[in-house]
Design a protein around this ligand. Structure first.
Ligand SMILES: NC(=O)C1=CN([C@@H]2O[C@H](COP(=O)(O)OP(=O)(O)OC[C@H]3O[C@@H](n4cnc5c(N)ncnc54)[C@H](OP(=O)(O)O)[C@@H]3O)[C@@H](O)[C@H]2O)C=CC1
Ligand SMILES: CC(C)CCC[C@@H](C)[C@H]1CC=C2C3=C(CC[C@@]21C)[C@@]1(C)CC[C@H](O)C(C)(C)[C@@H]1CC3
Length: 565
């Protein structure tokens, strides 16, 4: 490599992707086409880095040493670490938060993120690709293992930009499929789809007006100066955005307005009889919104863009979303869409399904199964809105761009597929015995307890790591200045909140019985969604926290279900 700055075999300092931290690496080679160096970290991770993300060891060490001399031994220990080494666990919160503050000083060099050869992939996807690359190599060495290979193909399919084309077509088609199935006497998720109804049945101008009115009504409640103004997590620029967290107020006012409308003779069973038309109208709105989001993201400053979704591939970026927090003045589009029209709409639709069931079967009250589904999901939504501030520390709000996936997910997917159990029960009643009711309620409460406690614990910790109520918890400091909880709920499994959520999902499907797979759709989808989110989060955290994350994973061995997964 005659014109190349670093030679094969050189020991240099390489920036850890997505962070500002440098670790010692060995240069393995240089690709003149992509202008990228292949380097190997001490833990064996191979990465491709740009020249500007590599520094000479000499100058680097001098600076590090002169800085660390003035610091405590604990501080020096953490600075000398490579991603391969483990970090010591702190047994006291106060001590660790003190160290965290000091560790912040280690973020000293700011460089542009690596643009990998996989131009169309976000950084987290890039990490998945690295995992896949390693798996292929290992599989080739260890002979083929079928399960691993299937997982590998699945992962590749999820991350490749071409996957976006598939999902763009598949997701709306799936919503249509399940809605049509729910109307059949004998629905099946595995049979061929029922014949498409004539095109004009999809469209209803009145349905579109209702959807627009609903979204405007929710927008009005959102902008009212009622409720707390909460601060989001610090952005890359250091800025903390403010969010109006008045979701509980919004659902209460919505409930009163709906109750008054029903009292005045409004027939909510319209929602059941026009389910398809309402879904079509909402779908159109979500597409228009996504186009708007994509166009405005082209004018957004680079620090306003999410790490993923900026590949240059228009379809992939449109799907994933580019802008992190698109706002019109103080109106946060992502936060609003995730927490209001779809989420509160979900409860409204469930309630309408209960009325439709009563009308259809001439009942004085909804069935036990319908009541359970309604109450369980209402509790889930009300709890989400009551703890609305906690959403600000979730992956969607902190890391994901706002594009078609979330716009469609929030506005169409949530209200029109999460309501499938109630929709199913209208035409397919399922009688429940009292012991069955008690068992299902108990299961729901257990799931809810785990879900709420674990989410609140993480949220409280992220908001104030020195919170005295959390001082009994063990933590692992990380090089970014943030710590990881390693005892309490987050010491049981790596995603206790997913465990609670899955138990609740089970309790939502059980009231519908076992005659058909359709009401179990949510459970199946949710397992896939959460397993995928967990692996996405794992690679994201591995990238952010390096060795500290490895230590966390060694200490907390299971991801979602203790001793199983
Ligand atoms: N009903 C539905 O359709 C869905 C529901 N959900 C629910 O939403 C909730 C939020 O889920 P989601 O956003 O996916 O993920 P989490 O709320 O679990 O957030 C993951 C983040 O938490 C932080 N974290 C991870 N481990 C630790 C630890 N040991 N100590 C401290 N912080 C840690 C990391 O962020 P950092 O370190 O950067 O702070 C990580 O990126 C969950 O309860 C989930 O079940 C999610 C998706 C769909
Ligand atoms: C269309 C795709 C296949 C999937 C899109 C995923 C979205 C539907 C979900 C991503 C994260 C979500 C959350 C909730 C709803 C579903 C989406 C938007 C949530 C608001 C539900 C209520 C909970 O209490 C919560 C914890 C606030 C949830 C946060 C994540």
């Amino acid at each position: 490599m005659p014109t190349v700055k670093y030679q094969k075999g050189d020991t240099v300092m390489g920036r850890w992707p997505g962070s500002s931290l440098y670790y010692q690496v060995k240069v393995l080679g240089f690709d003149s086409k992509s202008q990228l160096y292949t380097v190997i970290y001490k833990d064996g991770t191979e990465l491709e880095l740009k020249e500007q993300d590599i520094k000479n060891v000499t100058g680097f060490q001098t600076r590090s040493r002169s800085r660390s001399r003035s610091r405590s031994p604990g501080r020096r220990r953490s600075r000398s670490r490579s991603p391969a080494r483990t970090t010591r666990r702190s047994s006291s919160r106060t001590a660790s938060s003190r160290r965290d503050t000091r560790l912040k000083d280690t973020v000293e060099v700011r460089l542009s993120p690596v643009v990998s050869a996989y131009v169309a992939l976000s950084l987290s996807d890039y990490s998945i690709l690295l995992i896949v690359k390693n798996m292929i190599r290992r599989n080739a060495e260890e002979k083929l293992n079928l399960t691993k290979m299937i997982l590998l193909i699945f992962l590749l399919f999820l991350v490749l930009p071409t996957g976006a084309y598939f999902w763009l077509l598949f997701l709306p088609a799936w919503v249509l499929f399940v809605i049509l199935q729910g109307n059949l006497t004998d629905p099946s998720l595995i049979n061929a789809p029922p014949p498409l109804p004539p095109l004009d049945t999809f469209w209803d101008a009145q349905a579109l007006c209702f959807v627009i009115l609903w979204i405007l009504f929710q927008a009005l409640l959102y902008i009212l100066p009622v409720g707390k103004l909460s601060e989001g997590m610090p952005l890359r620029s250091g800025v903390r955005l403010k969010y109006r967290t008045n979701g509980f107020f919004a659902i209460m006012v919505s409930a009163i307005v709906v109750a008054v409308a029903v009292h005045q003779g409004a027939d909510l069973t319209y929602i059941h009889s026009h389910f398809l038309q309402l879904a079509t109208a909402t779908f159109i709105i979500s597409v228009l919104l996504s186009i708007y989001l994509y166009v405005r993201s082209r004018y957004a400053a680079s620090e306003e863009l999410a790490l993923g979704g900026n590949s240059g591939n228009v379809v992939y970026d449109f799907f994933k979303g580019r802008e992190l927090n698109p706002r019109i003045k103080n109106f946060d589009l992502k936060f609003f869409c995730e927490m209001r029209p779809g989420l509160i709409g979900w409860c409204l639709i469930n309630f309408a399904m209960a009325l439709a069931e009563m009308k259809k079967h001439n009942l004085d009250a909804p069935s036990y199964a319908m009541i359970l589904v309604n109450l369980f999901q209402l509790l889930y939504v009300v709890d989400g809105l009551w703890n609305e501030e906690a959403i600000l520390t979730t992956m969607d709000l902190m890391h994901d761009g706002f594009g078609f996936m979330l716009a469609f997910g929030d506005l169409v997917w949530v209200p029109f597929t999460y309501t499938l159990q109630a929709y199913y029960l209208v035409l397919h009643p399922n009688a429940l015995s009292l012991p069955a009711v008690i068992a299902i309620v108990t299961l729901k409460l257990i799931g809810f307890y785990i879900f709420r406690k674990s989410n609140s614990e993480k949220n409280a910790f992220r908001r104030n790591p020195s919170n005295p109520k959390l001082s009994h918890l063990k933590t692992i400091p990380t090089a970014t200045g943030k710590s990881l909880l390693v005892s309490g709920w987050w010491g049981v499994v790596r995603h206790p909140n997913y465990l609670g959520d899955l138990i609740m999902a089970l309790a939502w499907s059980l009231p519908c019985g076992f005659s058909h797979l359709l009401p179990w759709y949510y459970m199946i989808y949710f397992i896939i969604l959460l397993v995928h989110r967990d692996s996405r989060d794992m690679s994201e955290c591995r990238r952010k926290y390096g060795s500290a994350w490895d230590e966390y994973c060694r200490t907390v061995r299971y991801r979602i279900i203790p001793r199983v997964y």
